[in-house]
Design a protein around this ligand. Structure first.
Ligand SMILES: Cc1cc2nc3c(=O)[nH]c(=O)nc-3n(C[C@H](O)[C@H](O)[C@H](O)COP(=O)(O)OP(=O)(O)OC[C@H]3O[C@@H](n4cnc5c(N)ncnc54)[C@H](O)[C@@H]3O)c2cc1C
Length: 338
């Protein structure tokens, strides 16, 4: 591991000011904010990330940055809340189960006790070609070098949102719950505070896979705000993985349904494990709206969700797996007793 300067933040605007150093990509930014460090330190040990300075922002977990606030109109999750605290919070478990389940099914209890919600959404792909600098070809880590995964071992890679420059899948779980529930992200930057739609946080790889988010250098996520609605209670997260715990999703689905009897007033659906970014399944949602939900309708929605899938040598199984996961998530969520 390369030497770096470590400091503890005492003031958010000052931390952001210090971190605001121009960089062509977050992965290469010379100053990194650090939450629990469970992604950042891993990647520094692997020599994928090489910051000169790390600013530990966990001392800022006071007041609103470290709080969960639930009101009649919204749920506000501070960016420095631990994953485990949000997964076990009564209001989150009861009124936003998809959020609690997405966090509770992620990583391990030890990691959930360390990791914070801000860093969680910004975790990086587990693509082994990205995480191993002995491979020169990785457009995400080494722009313009090519993508070793496209002709390599791509069993864990994405089938949606890919480009000829990158097929790395987005690994997190929580982000699917946030995008399905139309969350917004509060951000503090050198120029002040701003709010963006969670759906606009992650960028499709396109021809610039190294630019992963719409955050400017140094910008700090301070909170996520989730609007309340009749769909948040009838919501669930289903995750399928190689082993039952402590593994990333091969396919996952976040669903929130607003039902009138068996009729769907509105469906909110996001897919994980199968796409390059947290993936809203808008085509499936449109097919379900205003119609009764039964197994046939769920299968049609699943077909629509994966109609644009592009597979590679080892990951074609993700299409039937993703569809089956979506069908299960829809029927499970419909059957919830509230
Ligand atoms: C073995 C293992 C298994 C895992 N399994 C899963 C899993 O199944 N599902 C899952 O979802 N996750 C999984 N994870 C990932 C884990 O959830 C993330 O590493 C964690 O949530 C990141 O949070 P952190 O606070 O530790 O982030 P950090 O490592 O501190 O930060 C990550 C990145 O975000 C930036 N950052 C941190 N906080 C902020 C902020 N507030 N504003 C702006 N930038 C910020 C940092 O600069 C860094 O680039 C796993 C991790 C490991 C090591």
């Amino acid at each position: 591991m390369r030497p770096f300067m470590y400091s503890l933040a005492t003031d958010a605007p000052e931390a952001v000011r210090q971190a605001t150093v121009p960089a062509d990509a977050h992965v290469r930014a010379p100053v990194q904010l650090m939450g629990g460090g469970t992604t950042l330190l891993d990647l520094m040990k692997l020599d994928v990330m090489r910051p000169d300075a790390v600013i530990d922002i966990t001392p800022l977990a006071t007041a609103r940055y470290g709080n969960i606030e639930a009101s009649a109109t919204e749920l506000r999750l501070g960016a420095l809340v631990r994953m485990s605290d949000a997964a076990e919070d009564h209001a989150v478990v009861t009124d936003y189960p998809v959020i609690a389940q997405s966090l509770g099914l992620a990583a391990s209890q030890q990691l959930r006790n360390m990791a914070r919600l801000g860093g969680n959404a910004l975790q990086r792909t587990r693509c082994s070609y990205f995480r191993d600098p002995s491979y020169e070809q990785c457009n995400k880590r080494n722009p313009g070098s090519g993508c070793a995964a496209i002709d390599g071992f791509n069993r864990l890679h994405a089938v949606l949102g890919t480009s000829e420059h990158c097929i790395a899948s987005y690994p997190g779980d929580f982000a699917q719950a946030l995008i399905a529930l139309d969350a917004t992200v509060e951000v503090l930057g050198a120029g002040g505070a701003r709010s963006i739609r969670f759906a606009d946080l992650h960028r499709l790889p396109g021809s610039t896979p190294h630019i992963e988010t719409s955050l400017a250098p140094g910008e700090m996520i301070t909170a996520y705000v989730v609007p309340a609605g009749p769909w948040t209670r009838r919501s669930a997260y289903i995750k399928v993985r190689d082993r039952e715990s402590y593994a990333f999703a091969l396919a996952s689905v976040a669903v929130a349904l607003d039902m009138d009897g068996t009729m769907v007033r509105s469906a909110r659906i996001a897919l994980g494990g199968v796409a390059t970014v947290p993936w809203r399944a808008a085509e499936a949602e449109a097919l379900l709206a205003g119609k009764p939900l039964d197994e046939a309708a769920a299968h049609k929605a699943a077909d629509a969700a994966f109609a644009g899938a592009k597979t590679h040598e080892h990951n074609a199984y993700k299409v039937p797996l993703g569809k089956a996961t979506l069908v299960r998530a829809l029927l499970t969520t419909q059957a919830m007793e509230l």
